[in-house]
Design a binder for this molecule. Sequence first.
Ligand code: ATP
Length: 406
Amino acid sequence: MSVVKIGIFGGTFNPPHLGHLAAAKAAVDVLDLDRLLIIPAAIPPHKELPEGTPSPEHRLTMADKLADALLLPEKVKVSTLELDRDGKSYTSDTLAQLKQKYPDAELWLLMGTDMFLTLHLWHEPERILKLAGVCAFGRTEQDGEEVFSPQREHLQKTFPGAKITTITLPGLVDISSTRLRELLAKGEGADYLLPSVYGYILMNGLYGFHTDLKHLDIPTLRACSYSMVMQKRVRHIRGTEEEAVRLAKRWGADENQARRAGILHDCTKYLPGEEHVAICRQYGVELDELEQRAVKLLHSKTGACIARHVFGEPDEVYEAIFWHTTAKENMTTLEKILYVADYMEPNRTFDGVERLRELAYSDLDKALLLGVETTIQEMKDRSLPVHTSTLRARAWLRGHGVTTEG
Ligand code: ATP
């Protein structure tokens, strides 16, 4: 069996930025890693955490978003090894712990130019280089071989047997967290951040942000929404947003409301059950017995609450999100649009989706009925109860002479 290769990417991640993302991506590919551990430092030995640094919990959550953005959940993990350890976060101790945990693995320590050029000055460099190979990468266009090779030679002479490799990052991003914090203090810097991290910073008021969440422009609203979900859901959310806008154009609904409803419709999808119940209680949403048990049904209610109470969205957007899973009788055009867009946006692939796509642009009510009937059938096939609102939606549509024929 071949040796398991583990990459170790330590840092303060204060905050994680697109430079970190490019480095992590390239390391996984070039080193052909079986696993990448992103390890936020508790107390970095070589730099003070500046005043206003978010709590370790916030840095950990932001590191999780960096890991999630790589879309390799089996391979890329965040480790709390250093956050859980008392005292300074010495890399040599971390590597020793990892070696104990994975005695047969090959460890690779990843680092940018700044770290590589000072490696001989770190705590116990000899122990570090015995425990792991070093994979260094440039942080700017200027960091070429002429910068790396003298240090590589020096390290190999001083620590015989040291394994050192340098890689070039295809998507180099010339940014540091220090510079980014300066930009954030001026309300800038979003271009250097994953939207999910930017949204998280805004929603939690980190780095001195005091954003009025009730008046966000579209890119910022997207960032906040994406900060609440897993990266794998973002494609669907984006698809729903775009489909909802196209349908709003086709059927004369408010395009801006369709867009905002699309952006926010799944924002609470990953909340644990008890938080859904707490949000409903907080905002006075009554739940029937089925809703109390089915989180899939709850996320539309809580998503609507967050849209209204956190982001200040109007009633039309609230209602569209509220009914986007069950549907109901007497739906407005915007409510129908979000329901149908969610069902047939371009990333959906189920049998029959093409017919739904055709109907969505030729007869919105037929499309709605087809969606409702498909859901009812699916619930029956899976022996699951059908929500009464969905049954009422079907009866209402049929009562108005709507069929899925033709
Ligand atoms: P700070 O400015 O606060 O020192 P930083 O941007 O250097 O932060 P760290 O979290 O300390 O970020 O860095 C973690 C690791 O990521 C280090 O090995 C660092 O060299 C590397 N790194 C940081 N920024 C980049 C970048 N833009 N491109 C490639 N690697 C980077």
